[in-house]
Design a binder for this molecule. Structure first.
Ligand SMILES: Nc1ncnc2c1ncn2[C@@H]1O[C@H](COP(=O)(O)OP(=O)(O)O)[C@@H](O)[C@H]1O
Ligand SMILES: [Mg+2]
Length: 255
């Protein structure tokens, strides 16, 4: 279980999170939606323990990570895979080195064994093994995102995946494929997943449950139907540009 309990936080004078509470049960996916600057990435940083909350608690499996020391935090982070907006691959390393990075640095495994695992992982995230010696620059944006997901999975065998704007900059086909992979991971591997995005139509494809935040507060937490029908002006303003896409997707989903 992942939980925020009345969390407040600010980087400077201006409050960024103003009393955020939500729960994500094990093995479920939640999409956190909100305008740019509303505090979404900050929520992920607090899950990673990069900053402690000012007040309130961030709990992972019932444990308050704000109260942990560095060593305990490192243990918790081992359960967490993180995928950033741009994939954040190491430019000068090959795909194989990127995906195997953690094992190369932190395990005693033989290089042949690491290569075998990297090849398996590439297959798992839907990439050809033959790209193992390519540099990130030689791949499409969608492939880079898959490499990043593969790297996160191989590094930690995570119970939790955090995705920050995982489909930004991808073409529609790559977006669909990346979303399908995230969905599979959540459903088949029972990985609790937090997907932060401002692209609502993508969000609808992955999750049934949404948390909408605005100006550091939770405005809505629930199912798509309730979200679509929510009369809060902040939700209306956010959803308006997407109304047509939502209607189409709902037709597809429930056809
Ligand atoms: N490292 C930082 N130092 C100071 N302010 C920050 C920092 N990171 C984010 N902010 C501010 O915090 C607010 C929320 O940012 P963020 O969580 O990145 O929002 P989102 O991911 O929803 O776009 C914004 O006003 C942003 O400018
Ligand atoms: Mg962000």
């Amino acid at each position: 279980m992942l939980e925020f309990r009345d969390v407040t936080f600010s980087y400077g004078a201006e409050p960024v999170l103003r009393g955020i509470s939500f729960q994500i049960p094990d093995g479920e996916a939640r999409v956190i939606l909100g305008q740019s600057g509303s505090g979404k990435s900050t929520i992920l940083k607090l899950f990673l323990g990069l900053y402690p909350p000012f007040s309130g608690s961030v709990l992972i499996d019932g444990e308050d990570i704000g109260k942990m020391n560095e060593r305990e935090l490192r243990e918790v982070r081992k359960k967490i895979g993180m995928v950033f907006q741009d994939g954040a691959l190491f430019d000068s390393m090959t795909v194989g080195e990127n995906v195997g990075f953690y094992l190369i640095e932190h395990s005693d495994l033989e290089i042949d064994e690491i290569e075998k695992r990297v090849r398996e992982m590439l297959g798992y995230v839907g990439l050809e093994e033959s790209i193992i010696d390519k540099l990130p620059d030689e791949l499409s944006g969608g492939m880079q995102r898959r490499v990043a997901i593969g790297r996160a999975l191989l590094a930690t065998d995570p119970k939790i995946m955090l995705y920050d704007e995982p489909t930004t900059g991808l073409d529609p086909e790559s977006t669909s494929k990346a979303l399908a992979l995230m969905k599979t991971l959540a459903e088949r591997k029972k990985i609790s997943s937090v997907i932060v995005t401002h692209q609502i139509v993508d969000a609808l494809e992955i999750a049934d449950d949404f948390i909408f935040i605005d100006d550091g507060q939770v405005v809505f937490d629930g199912k798509l139907d309730g979200f679509r029908d929510c009369a809060d002006p902040r939700v209306l303003e956010f959803l308006n540009p997407f109304r047509r896409g939502i209607a189409e997707l709902q037709r597809k989903k429930f056809a």
